[in-house]
Design a protein around this ligand. Structure first.
Ligand SMILES: *Cc1c(COP(=O)(O)O)cnc(C)c1O
Length: 356
């Protein structure tokens, strides 16, 4: 039912791999749907997008992104609605953010039509891959890579934009144990912290592995200057409820990724009458609040895990425990409201559901 004039070439698979998508057997990121979208940027122009059977790329070992890291991505989810249709959650915001990342990485903008209409047609074709069970979804991964076969150091002249999708089961949301990282940093002012660039992830693997070994689930990153102001947890934005007020780091330093989930949660918190303060938050402020019993709830937010509640925070030698998650009031309520919007159980008053 497209009103778009975008020309998309579609070549359907003759060997569909579709099968019953059992909630408990879906391993995140292990299995991909039948089709993918591929669109190349050549001679300064985006070519006709193609939806083709999911499969390997054949690439020269000199392909630029493999060496110099001009590589960016997005994370989006599609949800099965009560009437059997499929809705994607706020994809226009992912399109906008992808272009923020593209700009910073010296890569070309992706036209809205290619991203949005290409995505819509891909999900429409692979709608059977959107699982039905509660808490499941179809994870969508748009990405762009630099394609020049050239190992001289300069910005590539050719690029590939692609979208792959993967059915996702329920995320096991056990409260997480957090290590306040004061040795490694994720992002510095003037850097690429506000982009979804592959390199940010590459640099986080070692610190993540080190804290895992120490028994923690994630790092709470601190700022690069003083290691004092909290930034994000792992690859999620972070919120603290202190004295009934929601605190989250502001985006002004350019070191924090502007999460779509973060923005949705801020909107819902305000609608629920919870004051929200976006500002620098020091670890000392959080320690003081915890000591006085004013640190009530804390969580990470992102598309993959939705909201991930925090059990405790370890800073240097000291572990600060949050109250038992079962006593929390605000975060579970917001999480429930967010899910109701995503899964179509309530009216979409914000225009967040994009119907496929
Ligand atoms: C993707 C991401 C987030 C979460 O963004 P959402 O749009 O909510 O999924 C937060 N922090 C980092 C570093 C990320 O890469």
């Amino acid at each position: 039912m497209s009103v778009s004039t975008l020309n998309v070439t579609i070549r359907q698979t003759e060997n569909s791999r579709i099968h019953p998508l059992e909630k408990d057997k879906l391993v995140f990121g292990k299995e991909y749907s039948d089709h993918m979208l591929v669109c190349d940027y050549v001679d300064g122009a985006w070519q006709t997008p193609e939806i083709i059977p999911y499969g390997d790329f054949s690439l020269s070992p000199a392909t630029s992104f493999m060496h110099y890291g001009q590589a960016i991505f997005e994370g989006v989810k599609a949800y099965r609605q009560p009437d059997g249709s499929v809705a994607i959650f706020r994809p226009i915001d992912n399109w906008k953010r992808m272009n923020v990342s593209a700009h910073r990485m010296g890569m070309p903008d992706i036209p809205e039509e290619i991203f949005m209409e290409g995505l819509r047609q891909l999900i429409e074709l692979d709608a059977a891959w959107v699982p039905n069970d509660a808490e499941t979804s179809l994870y969508i991964r748009p990405f762009m890579i630099a394609m020049d076969e050239f190992i001289g150091v300069r910005s590539s002249e050719t690029y590939r934009f692609a979208i792959i999708t993967s059915p996702a089961g329920a995320y096991y949301n056990k409260p997480v144990r957090i290590y306040v990282q004061d040795k490694y940093v994720r992002a510095a002012k003037g850097g690429i912290g506000y982009t979804k660039a592959a390199g940010n992830y590459g640099a986080s693997m070692l610190p993540a592995a080190e804290v895992k070994k120490m028994g923690y689930d994630q790092n709470l990153w601190t700022d690069a200057v003083e290691n004092k102001y909290v930034q994000e947890i792992g690859t999620m934005n972070v919120f603290f409820i202190v004295d009934g007020v929601a605190l989250t780091p502001d985006l002004n330093s350019g070191t924090i990724l502007a999460g779509v989930t973060r923005d949705s949660i801020i909107t819902l918190l305000k609608e629920n009458g919870i004051p929200v303060e976006e500002r620098p938050i020091s670890i000392d402020e959080l320690i003081a609040a915890q000591k006085d019993g004013r640190l009530q709830e804390a969580f990470g937010s992102g598309t993959a895990a939705s909201m991930s509640f925090i059990a405790d925070l370890t800073y240097k030698e000291e572990t600060l425990h949050l109250p038992d998650v079962n006593t929390w009031i605000i975060s579970p309520k917001i999480k429930k409201q967010l899910d109701e919007i995503r899964y179509g159980h309530v009216a979409d008053n914000h225009g967040w559901r994009f119907k496929v």
